[in-house]
Design a protein around this ligand. Structure first.
Ligand code: SF4
Length: 245
């Protein structure tokens, strides 16, 4: 049994340990938040990637194209080539182009500023109408980073870590309703003020130690509280064969 059984305590302890293990770069003085549309494009880079990977890909995207309209009229291949080496660059490119196309058709520009003024719940609900480029992660991301609300975006790597820690169920993202319920349960135990750092640390941890195939449990600071870590680090080496007399 893990030494800590309460989910909130477990995640607080995990976040503190991961902060020591993976010091995040100082965010510096808070600058202007990205406009809503840009934050949605960033979310398409960030889902399933680390902050550093997403920052690099987003910066390449801004450098490679004159404006969002040029991205919109580019091919999936052209945008994917810029996003690489992010995992799944083709899917991300399709999502970014689809989002820009939907926003352009709805507003004839690339500005979602009016939507951001509608209040948190209304803005989040309306964002879900952009089906091509906006998923649960993207809505939660902009609520956390741009709209000033409390949300914890959950992507595949983050869910993998939370499953292994025993915080969420195996079928946590089986369908949209299950994912929303899982997210609500995580948001319940991760305070708003710790949400952005929690999100970033989980992504880095999933990339560095809690990898998909063989998690590096012996090197993990969470191993004594993680059921999978306890199991993986307590497996005894095969007993040596007894010497025959
Ligand atoms: S102990 Fe292993 S399974 Fe658990 S969080 Fe750490 S790396 Fe992942």
């Amino acid at each position: 049994m893990p030494a800590i059984t309460n989910k909130q305590q477990l995640l607080t302890t995990a976040q503190n340990a991961l902060r020591k293990r993976f010091p995040l770069p100082d965010a510096g003085p808070a600058g202007e938040p990205r406009p809503l549309l840009e934050e949605l494009v960033y979310a398409a880079c960030r889902e399933g990637a680390t902050p550093a990977e997403a920052d690099d890909a987003y910066a390449r995207l801004r450098r490679a194209f004159v404006d969002w309209n040029e991205v919109r009229v580019s091919t999936v291949q052209e945008v994917a080539d810029v996003l690489r080496p992010l995992p799944g660059p083709g899917g991300r490119a399709k999502r970014v182009i689809g989002l820009l196309q939907e926003v352009f058709e709805a507003t004839y520009n690339f500005d979602l500023g009016e939507l951001a003024k509608k209040g948190l719940k209304d803005a989040a609900r309306k964002l879900r109408f952009y089906k091509e480029g906006v998923d649960d992660y993207a809505v939660a991301w902009v609520v956390q980073r741009t709209l000033g609300g409390h949300a914890v975006p959950l992507d595949g790597p983050t869910l993998r870590v939370l499953r292994r820690l025993g915080v969420v169920e195996d079928d946590a993202d089986a369908d949209p309703d299950a994912l929303e319920a899982t997210r609500a349960s995580v948001e319940h135990v991760v305070p708003k003020a710790r949400g952005p750092e929690f999100t970033d640390l989980m992504s880095v941890h999933a990339k560095e130690l809690c990898v998909e195939k063989e998690p590096n449990c012996p090197a993990c600071p969470l191993r004594t509280d993680c059921p999978v870590g306890i199991e993986n680090t307590s497996k005894k080496a095969d007993p040596k064969p007894k010497k025959s007399r």
